[in-house]
Design a protein around this ligand. Structure first.
Ligand code: C2E
Ligand code: MG
Ligand code: MG
Ligand code: MG
Length: 282
């Protein structure tokens, strides 16, 4: 009976593919089978210590090699994965693969780097998240201090007491927590005040117009000094030019990430970059 009801609901949605918040069933099925078919893989983008030019971390970014559409950026499927709940198995793949790869690089003798993994709202709401993180660390042998989880303020502000509880559980595992896309939400300062972050990722929109635009300069400088006062490490996202990097250096921003250093690339390319540059990119 329940099954019957479920089927009707699905058909209803199929005939209304534009219904708000509902993903067409065909795409959902495609996404589900893509997980099984191993069409997802990770690219990594270096994070660089601004003062020394050393690579200090890598952000793992998921990609879908679609059999017909080719390479799909996450913006085209993460929202669908969120809606359908498929972000849970997909996120599990990302977490496990990122930890496995980070440990492999360590074993190869590369200097240990922090690996940053994006965690979406639905994953954060999954009561099994802390257990999944523990399992990924145990399976890979990666020590927890090398794993960073990137969270966004909207994920947390939605239910503050629960957000705090989950963050404390994650911190107790020894992993680091960062606030991603800082400054783009409605309650950025409240999120900083409330939650125990280790790092702040300043959104690309506050880096883009540096150093020409006065307003951007004022905001970026303030965010960097605010973070420093709160003893959070600051990472500037989306650094593309010399001038931006020079501004960030002057403003004493700790770390930077962006096309200026490297686009997100596959694991083989990361190993080459590290070999070529020593561990320096700037
Ligand atoms: P994000 O976490 O803020 O990741 C940074 C995005 O900025 C990446 O886009 C990266 O390629 C892009 N980027 C880096 N440097 C530059 C630059 O200098 N200029 C410009 N224009 N862009 C730059 P990408 O890989 O398309 O990912 C987009 C978003 O998708 C991510 O934003 C993140 O929110 C989400 N995402 C990616 N991978 C995952 C994942 O494994 N799990 C979850 N839940 N979300 C993911
Ligand atoms: Mg991120
Ligand atoms: Mg970001
Ligand atoms: Mg972003």
């Amino acid at each position: 009976k329940a099954k019957e009801h479920g089927r009707n609901r699905l058909q209803y949605h199929i005939h209304r593919p534009d219904a708000a918040g509902v993903m067409p069933l065909s795409e959902q099925e495609e996404l589900r089978s893509a997980i099984g078919a191993k069409q997802f893989f990770l690219e990594y983008q270096p994070q660089v210590d601004v003062a020394s030019g050393r690579i200090v971390g890598l952000e793992a970014l998921v990609r879908w090699r679609h059999p017909r559409h080719g390479m799909m950026p996450p913006g085209q499927f993460i929202p669908l994965a969120e809606e359908s709940g498929l972000i849970i198995p997909l996120g599990l793949f990302v977490l496990n693969e990122a930890c496995r790869q980070a440990k492999e690089w360590q074993v190869m003798g590369l200097p240990p780097l922090t690996i940053a993994v994006n965690v979406s709202a639905r994953q954060f709401g999954d009561p099994a998240l802390a257990a999944h993180v523990t399992e990924a660390l145990e399976a890979s042998g990666l020590e927890p201090q090398w794993l960073e989880l990137e969270l966004t303020e909207s994920t947390l502000m939605h239910d503050v007491p629960r957000g705090l509880h989950v963050m404390q559980a994650l911190k107790a595992l020894g992993v680091r927590l960062s606030i991603d896309d800082f400054g783009t939400g409605y309650s950025s300062l409240a999120a900083l005040k409330t939650f125990p972050f280790d790092r702040l990722k300043m959104d690309r929109s506050f880096v883009e117009a540096l150093p020409r635009d006065e307003t951007t300069v004022a905001i970026a400088s303030a965010v960097i000094s605010l973070a420093r006062r709160l003893r959070l490490a600051v990472v500037a996202e989306g650094v593309e030019t010399d001038e931006q990097l020079e501004f960030l250096r002057q403003a004493q921003c700790h770390d930077a990430q962006g096309f200026y250093f490297s686009r997100p690339v596959g694991p083989g390319e990361i190993a080459k970059i590290l070999a070529r540059a020593g561990d320096r990119l700037a």
